[in-house]
Design a protein around this ligand. Structure first.
Ligand code: SF4
Length: 357
């Protein structure tokens, strides 16, 4: 075999315009040691970050306005996502009102998908069926880890069995399942992280999000870090460990829809420590792609002589700051014999021939 034709391993997924409805801390039984929703959601002040009815009323009013705007402009096929709190632990009348408001825009095609995020110890079978019945499509569970030591040291308040049962309950209810993982929490190890990845793959969620643990000022984790009782994962270790996980998820056809926190305005200055980089997702993807391509190229009988890559993956191929150029050079691939094209696949050949475009 002198030619290798390869498609990017990332599973295809439907991309929707998302209307986020942030519910910072609403429904949360307590504040988790690493969590700073007011920074993560960009809501650094205002009524929405307060507790109770008036705050929920303000959030709902904003949501109604956003949905009306979509209707006015005729924008179709959007999703609504309830983030930043524990949706399934809100007072029932608020869960109902939020979902029914989103659902009322489904008939004309404005809204086609509704999801919420919640904790694994705040779901049960009956409740999930009720949520599905009033319009919910997907539950994203903030699992973070299935490892007993991590859950205990991070004071998550549930064990690994509860986390698995919650995932299975979501599956059984007919709702789509999303799993959120947080490598690098207190008590975490690299081997434990890969067990988390294997456990997640076994549960076959529709989506995964990976948020490497950061230390944000003002959180209990920030104090533990200052006292020296908690050490973060380094950026290189995180990129390596998450890129290996990404490859496993890709191989199983599970889309990873987010890697790392979005760089909200107030977030960056509040980061005390941790594997933060504004291009973390790109770095992880490019490492995963590099390892997948180099593995695939071992099927070639001799060194590659020429390669074409889909133009949209060129930056991912060369890596952040062209960090993979050395690897490719060792394999005989340099800008002189690597071209990009509009075709959707990679082509590697061992013959130095002019490829017909
Ligand atoms: S349950 Fe989620 S949103 Fe609530 S405090 Fe914990 S991590 Fe933050």
């Amino acid at each position: 075999m002198n030619r290798l034709r390869l498609f990017h391993p990332e599973p295809a997924r439907k991309r929707l315009r998302i209307i986020p409805v942030f519910l910072p801390y609403h429904g949360c039984p307590y504040r988790c040691i690493y969590c700073a929703q007011h920074l993560q959601t960009g809501m650094t002040s205002g009524a929405e970050t307060a507790a109770g009815e008036p705050a929920l009323k303000a959030i709902h009013a904003n949501m109604v306005q956003s949905l009306q705007q979509l209707t006015t402009t005729g924008t179709k096929n959007s999703g609504v996502a309830f983030y930043g709190g524990t949706f399934t632990a809100l007072p029932m009348e608020w869960q109902e009102l939020f979902l029914k408001t989103a659902q009322s825009h489904r008939a004309d095609g404005t809204i086609t998908h509704i999801r919420c995020s919640t904790r694994p110890d705040c779901v049960n079978a009956k409740h999930l069926l009720w949520l599905r019945g009033i319009g919910l499509d997907m539950v994203e569970l903030g699992i973070q880890s299935f490892e007993p030591d991590v859950l205990r040291q991070s004071r998550r308040g549930y064990d690994g069995e509860t986390a698995v049962k919650a995932c299975l309950a979501v599956r059984k209810s007919g709702l789509e399942l999303g799993v959120q993982l947080m490598p690098g929490l207190p008590g975490s190890t690299i081997s434990g992280w890969f067990r988390d990845v294997d456990q997640t793959r076994a549960l076959a969620p529709e989506t995964v999000r990976i948020y490497p643990c950061l230390v944000l000022r003002g959180t209990p984790l920030s104090q533990a870090h200052s006292e020296g009782s908690y050490r973060t994962w380094s950026l290189p270790i995180t990129v390596w460990a998450v890129s290996r996980a990404l490859n496993s998820f890709w191989r199983q056809g599970i889309p990873v829809i987010r890697i790392g926190l979005a760089p909200e305005g107030a977030l960056t200055p509040a980061i005390q420590a941790g594997p933060w980089h504004p291009a973390l997702g790109h770095m992880v993807k490019s490492h995963a792609l590099r390892s997948w391509l180099t593995q695939a190229m071992t099927a070639l009988p001799e060194v590659p002589r020429q390669m074409y890559i889909p133009r949209r993956f060129a930056a991912e191929f060369w890596g952040h700051g062209r960090e993979h150029a050395r690897t490719w050079r060792r394999l005989g691939l340099t800008p002189a014999n690597v071209g990009s094209w509009e075709r959707p696949y990679f082509l590697v050949t061992t013959l130095a021939c002019a490829l017909q475009k």
